[in-house]
Design a protein around this ligand. Sequence first.
Ligand SMILES: C[S@@+](CC[C@H](N)C(=O)[O-])C[C@H]1O[C@@H](n2cnc3c(N)ncnc32)[C@H](O)[C@@H]1O
Length: 413
Amino acid sequence: MQTEIPFDIEKIGVSKRADYTFKYNTDLGRHGWLHLTPAYSVKLVHEIIKEDCKKGDLILDPFSGTATTGLVASELGFSSILYEINPFLIWLGNIKCHNYDICELLALQNEFNHCLDTVVVADNYWIPPIHNIERWWHTDTLCILASIRNRLVEIFGEPNGNHYHNLVWVAFSRLIIETSSVAFNHVSMSFKENTVQYGFLQIKNLFKDIFSNIICSAKIQLNGQAEVIHTDSKEMSQNTTDFFDVVITSPPYPNRISYIRELRPYMYWVKFLKNGSDAGALDWEAIGGTWGIATSNLKNWTPTNHNLPDRLYDVCEKIGKCEDKNAETMSKYVHKYFDDIYSHLLKMSSLLKPQAKINYIVGNSSFYGHFVETQEIIAESMKQIGYKQIKINTIRRRNTKKGLLEYNIKSEW
Ligand SMILES: C[S@@+](CC[C@H](N)C(=O)[O-])C[C@H]1O[C@@H](n2cnc3c(N)ncnc32)[C@H](O)[C@@H]1O
């Protein structure tokens, strides 16, 4: 296996490259509608498409997340299909990748203004059943958000299949985060010390600004087409018309970050989550899921694949032997992650055209000081399955513990 490192790590270290993270996307129109940490950088996807795609190629992203791949591909005139397991992200991805009619957007803007002008603030409207909700929003802020939500439902209905009305709900999702006490500066979400008390006018003006920005970028037409489909990437099967030329994706990393945990404020407010047990059940289906029941289910988990790379069994053994009450569970967590990825890679091979070009953006991780070299284990799994020309390129140093890097595993089918 060839490991290519484009920088001289010994001398200058691998740099952090914020331009290769979600931070790069903040001001890029539709990409910046919601600032979600799972997203990878638009710049990275641009570079890969430039290198690997030719006119007419069909692109696959089996771990769509916020649909960065699909949106960049559409902006550049390519067609793509994206798979995702989280219903909120499927909903969001399809809204981001839709082409909107400008006249309808203008009509929507008027309807929205009217809606906001007719909100009645009261303290008896539905609020989401989020645990410790007062940690997220000041009571008065919460009451205003709930009143606005109630009026949105009256005018536009709950989030549904109407792409235009859904734009209002994307703006609302952004509003609830901007008025909350949550900070997204770290790898995962954290709380600021205090919640902020906003007045109705402040919130109304903020909402208007957010919505105007969304409408502005929704007006820009996309040249290609992208669709996000609800599919478990471990189970995906061939749909006769879709054989892919290029795969560009970033699966979850084996680092116990739960997408459900990160996304739960949005998911509760737009009713994609109803309670904590829904959250755990959803996370158990996801690769690397670790929220609630997902962790306790690990106790009874048994592997599907029995010929995974030796390097994996070695590191799992080391993790399992550590002196910590959770060591065995963590060892199983890592084992299951790579078992799932192996099942996924196996299924994916039946969807690829010969010589299809593959890109997996992944990160390594560390448990009790033992490094899990994700890039090597996935590269070896690919080799076992029959992928060719496997190369590991180092992209950047992650903003966390020393030694944690991000890579692109490139290969061909
Ligand atoms: C690192 S994120 C992808 C981020 C994406 N590149 C972006 O820019 O937003 C990984 C995604 O894989 C999804 N996922 C996890 N397990 C999955 C599965 N079994 N099938 C499909 N999607 C899955 C997660 O919900 C998450 O959104």
